[in-house]
Design a protein around this ligand. Structure first.
Ligand code: SF4
Length: 290
């Protein structure tokens, strides 16, 4: 059971479903609407070539994923709000499917006009907050007080999660980021240990040690989550132990390829046969047929 408005979900494991009736779609799909972004974070891993998905083609994939048992999609990028049809994509996805609609954004474009257009079409928003005050401004190149205003406005639209990239710049500001999350009424603080890109390395051992120590000692009044990539043995949620790999999640990039994750190098183009056929081909190519 899954309710996209409240996020309530329950697994009824007393009922055994034969494998041939299991959903063909992954439970969650992340979709990069565009590679475009108006910020220039050094640790950004989004591809830099120009690419964006066409709204009507995407609408077909979403309908297909929904019918095949997918529960939710998370739009990202690049910066998803820079896609010229962003609000319409969210509106039609909410109207034409049962999918939970979420998106991840730097937050600075969540002005009242866009929030109004998104009203009723979005079930959760993730906003990236890497450090506070001057650290944030140095890393993201935008005024921190603007971000705080956007966070308060966005919370009026939908439940909010705060994402923080964990690196040597941000690790000592986790208390302040957690306090901000509580101040704006965020329901989750997602910790993202920095991954290596062409210009920065992954979070090093000292950062990881500090993060583990913070997790042992901090007791913020907000739910904590951590990405599997970089978790380094820290506990991650495994709600459905038999649902592995490409059964639980795939990423669709802005060029229309399905990939095991946004970091993965291998991918399969979605052609006229549709998204599920491409996911099946990716499962065959990667040997991930579970
Ligand atoms: S806001 Fe996100 S997509 Fe844009 S440059 Fe920064 S990390 Fe990359």
């Amino acid at each position: 059971m899954f309710d996209r408005k409240s996020g309530f979900n329950a697994l009824l494991d007393e009922v055994q479903i034969p494998p041939e009736r299991w959903s063909k779609a992954p439970r969650q799909v992340s979709i990069a609407l565009t590679n475009l972004c108006d910020l220039h974070c050094s640790y950004c891993y989004a591809p830099k070539h120009r690419a964006a998905l066409e709204a009507d083609v995407l609408g077909g994939w979403l309908t297909e994923l929904d019918a095949a048992g997918c529960l939710g999609v998370g739009f990202g990028g690049g910066e998803p709000t820079l896609h010229p049809a962003f609000a319409e994509i969210c509106r039609s996805a909410a109207r034409d499917t049962e999918l939970a609609i979420t998106f991840t954004t730097h937050g600075h474009r969540l002005v009242p006009r866009l929030l109004e257009q998104l009203c009723g079409s979005v079930h959760f928003i993730r906003i990236s907050v890497d450090g506070v005050g001057r650290t944030y401004e140095r890393l993201r190149g935008r005024p921190f007080h603007d971000l705080v205003a956007r966070l308060h406005d966005a919370r009026q639209l939908a439940p909010l999660g705060i994402n923080v990239v964990i690196n040597a710049n941000t690790i000592d500001e986790l208390d302040a980021v957690a306090a901000l999350a509580m101040e704006v009424g965020a329901s989750e603080l997602l910790l993202l240990p920095q991954q290596a890109t062409h210009s920065v390395g992954a979070a090093d051992a000292a950062v990881t040690r500090k993060l583990k120590s913070w997790l042992d000692n901090a007791k913020p009044d907000v739910s904590l989550a951590i990405s599997e990539a970089g978790a380094q043995g820290m506990p991650t949620c495994d709600p459905l132990p038999k649902e592995k790999g490409l059964m639980s999640y795939v990423h669709i990039d802005a060029s229309g390829h399905v990939r095991p994750s946004s970091y993965a190098l291998e991918g399969v183009a979605i052609d006229k046969a549709g998204a599920i056929a491409a996911i099946d081909r990716l499962r065959a190519v990667t040997g991930d047929a579970n």
